[in-house]
Design a protein. Structure first.
Lengths: 242, 276
């Protein structure tokens, strides 16, 4: 399916089954160019499956998927680094010969001085930064993120949220972010989609009106809390027994 | 208010040298083995019943080199050369065969299910049954010795390679899939490096097995320059326990050298990045 240049990814009537088990039902969503869309949903609702379908790692049982011809970047729950390559070499794994962009990304994510270290010498936050740098080094039009900050402590997570926001400002990629955290979804995204329990479908959509760049103060504002509350109510209504 | 005191140092022997502490366990183990050796040599009935008083069954450590004349030393030297060559080339071939089989089975479940029972069968079949067949097919040659060595040594490498190749995480595979990596690129840049700690664990076991293969295989070859295995049987039949034990110790030393070589290579290639 051809992609409108203003659209980074589009799904129509996508459904998926694993054998007899329905995982996704009638999923339709659009990610516009430069937009960050977050998906929240109860455990096991098919969020990761949806992301793998958008990436092309999984062919859906039915429906249409449009994604950028240039491929997508994927940041996994785990950093998925090559333990036998140093930081620098991991960062360049997917780069298409563009050394300058890798150096730039390593610098802005504070990894330049650690470039000769092995992955096991990095903290959890640094590993995730490196994973992000590796994906962005390929200059993807669309970045898919599967709970990338889930395993980090709160301070590191919040710091990475801001770094991610800054990278988004400077690199201008589009992103589809799957997360458990409503807080994280509202803080990072332009739109938040709510998924029901399996078979997952999109049951709510919330525009996030907060201007960018966003800062930590936003988290403590009443508007932020109100929007988080609205998303949470929608999520709990469709969470089923999850 | 209760004052929080720093805990007392648990080290009571504060002046003990760490180097001594590190050397103590292996030195103690060495002492126990030597003491046990002496104990065995002097407790066995009729061990010293020979005409010249030398040990018949097991010489005590200080009598190891009794009866080791120039002719015997030269026989042991040439046998060492034969067995060392067989073990070294056999070990390299076992690595090649083991890694290729492990990789091939990791690519195809049907190949794995077809080959696996036979590999186990070869592993547990006493080599004495296979040796006459090997000799009949390829002759009592260096090749035959190599085949016996490979048969005894390849299995841990094949099984560990398969295990290592299968242990690569889904996310890492996905990274390569999204990058459009070919099977060859994935093998060289992902699967083999990821499997290398497991492969080295297999190499460590196989290093010793290769020497066992070269020595044990040699028992069955009656033609050509004898290796360490045949020399051991000669000395055993002549009840020359001193040279027999020296020969056996040389085989053990070759095994130790192989093991250390594998350990050094592992320290160079795997240890810097691998944290289990």
């Amino acid at each position: 399916m051809a992609v409108d240049t203003r659209i980074a990814a589009q799904l129509r009537d996508v459904h998926h089954r694993f054998g007899e088990v329905g995982v996704l039902r009638d999923v339709a969503l659009t990610v516009r160019s430069g937009e960050i869309v977050a998906i929240v949903g109860p455990s096991g609702c098919g969020k990761t499956t949806l992301l793998r379908i958008v990436a092309g790692l999984l062919t859906p049982s039915g429906g249409e998927v449009a994604r950028p011809d240039s491929g997508v970047g994927f940041v996994f729950q785990e950093p998925a680094l090559l333990a036998w390559r140093r930081v620098d070499s991991n960062a360049r794994l997917l780069a298409r010969g563009d050394d300058a962009i890798v150096d730039h990304l390593l610098a802005v994510s504070g990894l330049l001085e650690h470039r000769h270290k092995w992955p096991h010498e990095l903290s959890g936050g640094m590993k995730m930064r490196l994973s992000l740098v590796r994906s962005l080094a390929a200059r993807p039009h669309l970045l898919l993120l599967d709970e990338p900050f889930g395993a980090l402590d709160q301070i590191t997570r919040h710091r990475l949220h801001d770094e991610f926001g800054a990278l988004h400002e400077s690199e201008g990629f589009s992103a589809l972010l799957v997360t458990h955290s409503i807080d994280e979804a509202v803080y990072l995204a332009d739109r938040v989609l709510v998924m029901s329990s399996a078979p997952g479908r999109i049951v709510g959509e919330f525009a996030v009106p907060f201007p960018r760049p966003r800062s930590d103060h936003l988290r403590y504002s009443s508007e932020f809390a109100a929007l988080v509350g609205n998303v949470a109510r929608s999520l709990y209504r469709y969470a089923g027994d999850a | 208010m209760n004052e929080i005191r720093p805990p007392a140092s648990p080290r009571t022997s504060a002046h003990r040298s760490p180097r001594l502490a590190r050397l103590a366990p292996p030195l103690a183990a060495f002492g126990v083995v030597i003491a046990g050796w002496y104990g065995l040599a002097y407790s066995l009935d009729n061990n010293f019943a020979s005409a010249d008083g030398s040990a018949l069954i097991i010489p005590p450590p200080h009598q190891l080199f009794v009866g080791l004349n120039a002719a015997t030393v030269s026989r042991i030297a040439s046998a060492t050369w034969v067995s060392l060559g067989t073990a070294a080339v056999g070990f390299l071939l076992a690595i090649l065969v083991g890694v290729v089989l492990g990789v091939a089975m990791s690519f195809s479940r049907s190949l794995e299910s077809a080959l696996w029972p036979w590999l186990i069968a070869v592993q547990v079949t006493p080599v004495i049954v296979l040796t006459p067949i090997i000799v009949r097919v390829v002759g009592a040659s260096f090749t035959a010795r190599l085949i016996v060595t490979v048969l005894i040594a390849f299995f841990p490498i094949a099984s560990n390679t398969l295990f290592g190749m299968r242990s690569v995480g889904t996310a890492l595979h996905d990274v390569f899939t999204l990058a459009g990596a070919s099977r060859w690129h994935r093998l060289i840049h992902l699967q083999l490096p990821a499997a290398s700690p497991a492969i080295f664990a297999g190499l460590r076991v196989s290093a010793g097995l290769a020497v066992i293969g070269a020595v044990v295989g040699d028992f069955f070859f009656t033609r050509g320059t004898p290796g360490l295995g045949r020399l051991i049987t000669f000395f055993f039949q002549d009840t020359r326990s001193g040279p027999m034990f020296v020969t056996a110790l040389i085989a053990a030393l070759i095994g130790l050298c192989f093991f250390l070589a594998v350990a050094a290579l592992r320290r160079l290639l795997v240890s810097p990045w691998h944290r289990p």
